[in-house]
Write a protein that binds this ligand. Sequence first.
Ligand SMILES: C[S@@+](CC[C@H](N)C(=O)[O-])C[C@H]1O[C@@H](n2cnc3c(N)ncnc32)[C@H](O)[C@@H]1O
Length: 262
Amino acid sequence: MAKNLKKRSVFENKSQKTQNLQFRLYFNKKYQSKDLHKWFESKVRIKKNFKILDVGCGTGKQSVYFKKKINNSGQLFSFDKSIKSIIQLKKKIGSRNSKIFSADMNEIEKINKKFFESEKFDLISSVYSIYYAKRPLKIIKFLLSKLNKNGKLLLLVPIRPNKITQIAEKFYKVPSKVTESLVIFKKIINYFAKQKYNIRTKYFRSKIRVTNVEDVIKFYKSTTFFKKRYEKKVSEFIKKKFKTKSFIFKKDSCLIILKNEN
Ligand SMILES: C[S@@+](CC[C@H](N)C(=O)[O-])C[C@H]1O[C@@H](n2cnc3c(N)ncnc32)[C@H](O)[C@@H]1O
């Protein structure tokens, strides 16, 4: 009985994560001044015969776009830790010239052995997910070894904690992965620059102007740093801040492009 309950709560937790991701995508689309995903798409060049790997694909914001671009010519491999998101993505794009599976990127070598040992990729993409890795640099190095000549690894990462993070930080310690993303990625960028690797960075800023305070609170509840224990205090603070009928914060991202010239 207790075992069953435990199983159910793990499943609910996974399902909740997918719902949170869906809400964050909806929230950004509704309130952002510029569309981050459209911007990202404008920076990626995809040929029909490309072999593409999407790391931390979620419900497929990028994978669906990649699949449309390669149509039935290239090949797409996408994976995410969340089984629920993978089920949703499979429904969206099917299995024709694509392998969609659930896996933990911290085990990238094992994943490689199981799913794509004999493959090399023209494009490897990881949007808003590589910073969840325990050791991002180790994974990035491995992914670079999986690129074809002139293949590119694209990493889109948040680079500054937003206003909601700062509010939460007034009440408790937000994980350093969220608050120190810029520091972590500056180190990674410097590392590859020192190795004389072909590395480029592009920056994106959009303003989020929210007109409904309940959506700001829902957004806080959908973040990875949400803590039920502080929900009331953080929500009250947000409501107090929301005097001017809108809540504005900036969303800063950096696209890191690593090209394999060997
Ligand atoms: C912010 S979402 C981004 C998803 C998608 N790329 C997008 O832009 O919509 C981050 C994703 O990383 C996934 N993730 C987190 N840790 C992971 C891990 N260790 N291995 C694989 N995926 C992971 C989460 O499940 C989630 O789907």
